[in-house]
Design a protein around this ligand. Sequence first.
Ligand SMILES: O=C(O)CCC(=O)C(=O)O
Length: 299
Amino acid sequence: MARHLTFGSEQLAAFKRQGYIKLQGMFDPAEIQELRRWCSEPIWTQEGPGGLPGFANTRYAPDQRTVFEQLAEDEELRATLRQLSEERLIYTTGNRFTVTESSGGSPWHFDRQSFCHIQPLDPGYSLWVPLDPIRVHAQHGGLVWVSDDNWSGRERLQQWAGHLRRVGTVSAREQAALLAALREQYGEQRSFPMLGAYDHAFLELFGQSDDFEVGDALLFTKFLWHRTAPLQPGPLRQRLACVLRYVSEQATLARDLMDAALAGMDDKTRREAGHFGSFLTDIPNGALLRASAHCPQPR
Ligand SMILES: O=C(O)CCC(=O)C(=O)O
């Protein structure tokens, strides 16, 4: 069982301003053991659908009640998330991240791919739940993030979505000019979020991290810049974390964006890879997600 955490007005305001909050003692460590077992079940799809080492999605299927869904829908957890987001949320999918000494994890990013089925400015939240203790000054292996106070990925996410939506619709000449401009600004980087040398240095300058006990979690918005902190040599051979993804009850389907973001992946593969939006086949582009019979109830 999760705990129902309550927050004062200052903590709520800080979450709004900074885009993240550490939830200390959110889960019973026994529940984390259950999750840990669950993480080795065959429900996990192959590693790396988004090109990130150590990343796997749950093979989401509407109406499944796995340990993962049970946790995501836990009443105490939902009450905590409702208080922080000030609305009901829809649980969409879960990811698993495995980091070893030889796999560095995710570089700096904001959560675009996991939320590509909703409009760029629709609210989306990730709940990062480490299944191993994180000790920054020992082996680390946790997360590094930048408070929205310093820099939010919001406009970059808009730009990513705009780029994907338009680049395929313009003439070959305009496309070539766009790509040349990108190359001029960012060198040979091909995929968002492209970071110039100063952007990178800026993120490192403001990057912060924290220790986590088993049972703690970090809630952050889809706009938060973050990266994996590589696992340093030591007794912990790998670090596991689960991430539960939630979206606003007002979120609407961005099927065109999803199609552009997952181009090259057919519908069947998208569903097998657990991409939530690919199950919402009964609603038109732009409709509220919750209008779909395949969408879990907002809570
Ligand atoms: O667990 C990690 O190392 C990365 C998690 C992450 O980047 C995410 O949830 O978006």
